[in-house]
Design a protein around this ligand. Structure first.
Ligand SMILES: Cc1cc2nc3c(=O)[nH]c(=O)nc-3n(C[C@H](O)[C@H](O)[C@H](O)COP(=O)(O)OP(=O)(O)OC[C@H]3O[C@@H](n4cnc5c(N)ncnc54)[C@H](O)[C@@H]3O)c2cc1C
Ligand SMILES: NC(=O)c1ccc[n+]([C@@H]2O[C@H](COP(=O)([O-])OP(=O)(O)OC[C@H]3O[C@@H](n4cnc5c(N)ncnc54)[C@H](O)[C@@H]3O)[C@@H](O)[C@H]2O)c1
Length: 472
């Protein structure tokens, strides 16, 4: 009688389940601090961000932005989007869905990699089911869940095989008529590139604005621009049910079957060749073996974890943004190494603001608190808002400059608590505001930070000039 194969056993200081940007950063920082670390990955090293989210979406959006800008700039010719060139650029940026580059990175960084699905099977114990048989990883110090997030698909789409953001970023077949459900970041960015690729896009938004939670002018500017580029945006509308002729798993970015019929809450119906569910994401914690150690996803999200277990990035339930997850990963990796006798990080500032840039036409970027959020937090606020083209540097960017900039200041301390920029290249305005908030720089000091003429940063002068005199 043959004995069942024994799991291969590997001892390592830190086991990181999930090799997205966040898992990679935890492992790298732990190794740089003198620990050994093993990354477990069941798809591609580099994660959602590298192959299906941030990178392909921005690879698609940048040429769309440049084409739109050049159409609006006298003195330039040749300003149309070349579809096959655009998709080829996307393919190059996702390395044709091959993670060889990341494998080389891991080897150079001294991070071990085990391929397969990782699950907790006990305290500090992870079992990986991979193509080469099961592997048991014993973590001497910590296990880190960096498993990312999964799209939330409303039940109305059961049996319809809607597109998710992966299909939109991995688009191969361009649907003639595309319905996008949702009014958040994925919906706004995908509408921008899919309309540029030639789809007739209809956005079905259950709320009454895009980018809810942002300063109101952000969503308003983006919707004006989407409508100008032919996108039909329908607010306060929900999909009651959806049906499709011949739904089929045709593959990434291909049309998933015959036409889709959507019955809407206003009793109208919409027919489309594809529907994209851009209806949010949730931390991917379902199949990581939490029950084996007596925990639930709710424990993870409330931070009620034993000292040896950590969750970071999208899996940890913080703002689902690559840079935010990577920040927490760097902090965690450094702390794990410090706990083992490595160097401690210097103390963090009191406020760590979260920046976010949305690469629509025009770009929208925000950091810290909106006026409404600051008021809800009982901050005594002063605000200043100016048109985006109110400085020579911003007005020069293109002929038609839409948007505005707004700062929110705490009257008591004089420090900036939030900023929002909506306009051409707005994303590049963000870091100055992030630095000012993290550094708690009073606005009367910011007045002495001289922006170069004629750069877009001169918008700061206008913003500071518009504040109440007693603050400046
Ligand atoms: C369309 C789109 C565009 C986006 N654009 C931006 C942007 O421009 N800027 C930005 O900051 N954020 C953006 N985001 C958000 C960003 O993608 C995420 O915040 C980021 O990917 C989170 O990184 P992560 O490492 O936590 O998770 P992920 O990148 O999701 O990586 C998690 C990894 O864990 C692996 N994994 C999961 N479970 C297991 C398991 N049990 N065993 C082994 N491996 C496992 C997965 O295969 C994956 O590789 C975008 C999101 C979407 C959907
Ligand atoms: N540039 C960037 O930074 C960027 C780009 C894309 C995605 N992301 C990240 O990815 C995350 C996910 O993006 P997202 O746009 O999917 O989520 P989101 O939470 O930003 O937006 C979800 C949208 O779907 C709507 N919705 C939710 N359930 C619905 C339902 N049942 N029926 C109809 N509408 C419904 C919501 O009202 C909202 O408009 C974001 O939180 C963001 O942080 C970031």
């Amino acid at each position: 009688m043959s004995t069942p194969p024994q799991d291969q056993r590997i001892r390592t200081d830190v086991v990181v389940i999930g090799a997205g940007p966040v898992g990679e950063n935890v492992a790298q920082y732990a190794v740089e601090g003198g620990l050994s670390a093993t990354l477990v990955e069941h798809e591609l090293l580099g994660g959602e961000c590298s192959y299906h989210a941030c990178i392909p979406s921005k690879a698609l959006l940048r040429p769309v932005d440049v084409a739109s800008t050049t159409r609006d700039l006298p003195g330039v010719t040749g300003s149309s989007v070349d579809i096959s060139g655009l998709l080829a650029r996307r393919d190059a940026w996702v390395s044709h869905y091959d993670d060889a580059g990341q494998r080389t990175w891991a080897a150079d960084a001294g991070v071990a990699v085990v391929r397969g699905h990782g699950q907790l099977v006990g305290e500090r114990l992870v079992r990986v089911e991979g193509a080469d048989g099961p592997v048991a990883l014993e973590a001497q110090r910590a296990v880190v869940l960096a498993t990312g997030s999964s799209p939330v698909i409303p039940p109305a789409f059961d049996g319809v095989e809607p597109w998710t953001s992966r299909d939109a970023t991995g688009v191969q077949e361009i649907p003639e008529r595309l319905v996008i459900v949702g009014g958040g970041v994925v919906a706004c960015e995908a509408a921008t590139w899919m309309a540029a690729l030639g789809s007739q896009v209809t956005m079905v938004v259950r709320g009454n604005r895009l980018l809810s939670g942002w300063e109101e002018f952000a969503g308003r500017t983006v919707v004006e621009s989407l409508r100008d580029s032919g996108v039909d945006v329908r607010f306060t509308t929900e999909v009651a049910w959806a049906s499709r002729q011949g739904p089929a798993a045709t593959g990434l970015g291909r049309i998933h079957g015959g036409p889709v019929t959507l019955s809407l809450s206003d009793d109208s119906a919409l027919e489309a060749d594809e529907v994209l569910a851009a209806t949010g994401r949730r931390p991917a914690l379902e199949s990581v073996g939490l029950d084996a150690v007596g925990l639930t996803p709710a424990d993870v999200l409330s931070g009620a974890l034993p000292a040896w277990l950590h969750a970071v990035g999208d899996a940890g339930g913080t703002a689902p943004l690559t840079h935010v997850g990577k920040y927490h990963a760097r902090v965690l990796g450094t702390r794990l190494a410090a706990d083992a006798g490595g160097r401690n990080d210097r103390p963090a500032p009191d406020v760590i603001p979260v920046p976010q840039a949305v690469f629509t036409q025009p770009q929208a970027a925000t950091v810290g608190r909106t006026e409404a959020q600051a008021c809800a937090d009982d901050v005594d606020v002063a605000v200043s808002q100016v048109p985006y083209n109110s400085a020579a540097g911003t007005a020069l960017l293109r002929d038609t400059v839409r948007g505005a900039a707004k700062i929110v200041v705490d009257r008591r301390t004089g420090a900036l608590v939030g900023a929002t920029f909506v306009g051409p290249d707005a994303a590049e305005q963000l870091h100055a505001a992030t630095v000012a908030i993290a550094g708690a720089v009073p606005v009367h000091v910011l007045r002495h930070a001289i922006p170069s003429f004629p750069t877009a940063s001169e918008l700061w002068l206008r913003l500071l000039e518009e504040l109440p005199a007693d603050l400046r």
